[in-house]
Design a protein around this ligand. Structure first.
Ligand code: AMP
Length: 198
C-alpha cells in the first residue's frame, strides 16, 4: 500500500515531532506546510513575507496560497513513495482542495491520524517549545488564538474524515517514543497490516 496520510491535531500535540519520526521510519515524504512557510520566512521570499503576516498573529495563511503550495509539493518526485501531510488540510475548504488535488492523480487518503492531547496540556507544551525553538508564533497570546483557530476551523475536519471511515485518533500524551510506538501499532491495525508485510 502506498502511504497517503494526513496528521491533524491541536498546536502542541506533537504533530511535527511524530510526523518526522514516522516518515523516517516509513521512508515517505514529510510535508509540513508550517515548516515550508517557516523556511520561506527564513529566506525572506515574497511568499515568506506574506505568510509571516498571518503566522505571526496565529491566523491561517490564505487557502489559495496554501493549496497552491501543497499542489506543487505533491508533484515532486519524492512523493512517489508516499507522503504524510502535517498541518494540511486545516479547514473544510482545504479538505475539498486536497480531495481535488488527489482526485486528479487518481488517489485517495488512506488514513487521517488525529493526535489528541488535553487542552490544558497545550499551552504549557507550546510555551516550552517557544523557549527551545524561538518561534515567533509561540507567545501566550498567539498560542491562545491558535487554539481558538484550531477549534473553530480545523477540528471540524475530524468529523468529515470520521464519516469517511479514515480517521484514526491516537492519544498524544507521553514521551515521544511511547507515542510513536502507540501510533505505529494503532496505524498498522487500522490499516490491517501485519508485522511481516511491513
Ligand atoms: P504549524 O507548524 O503546522 O503549527 O503551522 C504554523 C503556522 O503556519 C500556522 O499557525 C498557520 O499560520 C500556518 N499554516 C500552516 N499550515 C497551514 C495551512 N494548511 N493553512 C493555513 N495556514 C497554515
Amino acid at each position: 500500500m502506498k502511504a497517503r496520510f494526513v496528521m491533524v491535531g491541536p498546536p502542541g500535540a506533537g504533530k511535527g515531532t511524530q510526523a518526522k519520526v514516522l516518515t523516517e521510519k516509513l521512508n515517505i515524504a514529510n510535508i509540513s506546510t508550517g515548516a515550508i512557510f517557516r523556511s520561506h520566512i527564513a529566506e525572506q521570499t515574497e511568499l515568506g513575507k506574506l505568510a509571516a503576516s498571518y503566522i505571526d498573529n496565529g491566523n491561517l495563511v490564505p487557502d489559495e496560497v496554501t493549496d497552491a503550495l501543497v499542489r506543487d509539493r505533491l508533484n515532486q518526485d519524492d512523493v512517489e513513495q508516499g507522503f504524510l501531510l502535517d498541518g494540511y488540510p486545516r479547514n473544510l475548504h482545504q479538505v475539498e482542495a486536497l480531495d481535488a488535488i488527489l482526485a486528479e492523480r487518481g488517489e485517495k487518503l488512506n488514513a487521517v491520524i488525529e493526535l489528541s492531547i488535553p487542552d490544558e496540556d497545550i499551552v504549557g507544551r507550546l510555551l516550552y517549545r517557544a523557549e527551545v525553538e524561538d518561534r515567533a508564533d509561540d507567545t501566550e497570546e498567539v498560542i491562545r488564538h491558535r487554539i481558538d483557530v484550531y477549534h473553530s476551523a480545523t477540528a471540524p475536519l475530524t468529523d468529515v474524515y470520521r464519516q469517511r471511515g479514515i480517521l484514526l485518533t491516537v492519544d498524544g500524551t507521553g514521551q515521544i517514543d511511547e507515542v510513536l510506538d502507540r501510533l505505529v501499532r494503532e496505524l498498522k491495525s487500522f490499516l490491517n497490516i501485519s508485522d511481516e508485510e511491513q
